[in-house]
Design a protein around this ligand. Structure first.
Ligand SMILES: NC(=[NH2+])NCCC[C@H](N)C(=O)O
Ligand SMILES: [Mn+2]
Ligand SMILES: [Mn+2]
Length: 327
């Protein structure tokens, strides 16, 4: 196993320090249980594996944040968004926690939570990258069955976990101070430095957005056609060497046969090896500065085997992104 210290990290003073933030938040969608993912992943041994097997020094507050103290008592729909004030408040707080790690030059792992939490994690990392590297822009690799780029206006569900990319790229804008009014330009990312992998359930309005803005996206069709090796070569080629990368991995990118415990499963997904390979390839760039693992829902997916397998897959993805290798 390659120790992370053997990598030459391009954007981090040391590859050995890892910031970890656990976010038990489910308000970006309607199914309960995704808030229990961090504890399930940690109980399965993830953080021990990162410190003992991969040699990281963890910077972790040993707290699963549920942010109960900042959840509003009233949170009516706004522009079709469900629980907008809660999602905004939680992601703002998370962005500060992630920024705190990233601004000290640590790679930051965020354990969600539903995918709305990426608004906070990516905002935090994007700001730190701009400050530490003379205005440089963060690239984002979004691995998902879904594009999560609905605006409040194009969303059919109103669930904000289907909108994080729209807010992060400025496609969706705040019109209310307590609903993403905190998001500042230095926390946003460019549509040109965004790459999708694994898409297979993209809404009509989202397809239009991807086409109009020429967003780089590799669907399952592209993976079938070229193979995951070539797709990663093209994805990383688009981003270009010497660009800090945030990897946002929605476990529903994996096929539900291997990762059934998730809120919006879509058939025909990535194999476990394809998922791990994506993470390994990103690790090999030496440019990974932020990582999310989201949408593991231990209360869904049928029997205990399904839950165990989903959690195991999630742990494996994180380890691969952080330097575990097969030999
Ligand atoms: N992070 C996710 N699992 N997102 C699923 C989004 C599904 C659908 N496109 C929506 O906007 O509601
Ligand atoms: Mn998804
Ligand atoms: Mn997602």
């Amino acid at each position: 196993m390659t120790s992370p210290s053997l990598m030459t990290p391009r954007f981090l003073p040391t590859a050995n320090d890892l910031g970890v933030v656990s976010v038990g938040f489910s308000g970006g969608q309607c199914k309960l249980g995704v808030d229990a993912a961090p504890s399930a992943l940690i109980e399965a041994g993830l953080l021990n594996q990162l410190s003992t097997d991969l040699g990281f020094t963890l910077h972790y507050d040993h707290t699963i944040h549920y942010y109960r103290d900042i959840l509003p008592t009233e949170d009516p729909d706004h522009r079709n968004m469900k629980r907008p004030i809660a999602v905004s408040a939680v992601t703002q707080r998370l962005s500060e926690q992630v920024y705190e790690h990233a601004s000290q030059g640590r790679c930051v792992l965020t354990l969600g939570g539903d995918h709305s939490v990426a608004i906070g994690s990516i905002a935090g990392v994007a700001r730190a990258v701009r400050e530490r590297h003379a205005g440089r822009e963060l690239a984002v690799i979004w691995v998902d069955a879904h594009a999560d780029i609905n605006t409040p206006e194009t969303s059919n569900s109103g669930n904000i976990h289907g909108m994080p990319v729209a807010f992060l790229t400025g496609l969706a804008r705040s019109d209310h101070p307590s609903i993403f009014g905190w998001l500042q330009p230095d926390q946003l990312i460019s549509l040109k430095k965004l790459v999708y992998i694994g898409l297979r359930d993209v809404d009509i309005g989202e397809k239009r957005t991807l086409r109009e803005h020429g967003v780089k996206a590799f669907s399952m069709h592209d993976i079938d056609k070229h193979g995951i090796g070539k797709v990663m070569e093209m994805a990383l080629g688009h981003i270009g060497a010497d660009t800090p990368i945030h990897l946002s991995f929605d476990v529903d990118a994996l096929d539900p046969l291997i990762a059934p415990s998730t809120g919006t499963p879509v058939r025909g997904g990535l194999t476990l090896r394809e998922g791990d390979y994506i993470c390994e390839s990103v690790h090999e760039t030496g440019s990974l500065v932020g990582l999310d693992l989201v949408e593991v829902n231990p209360s869904l997916g049928g029997d205990s085997v399904g839950v165990r397998e989903t959690v195991r897959a999630g742990c494996s993805l994180v380890r691969c992104a952080l330097g575990e290798s097969l030999l």
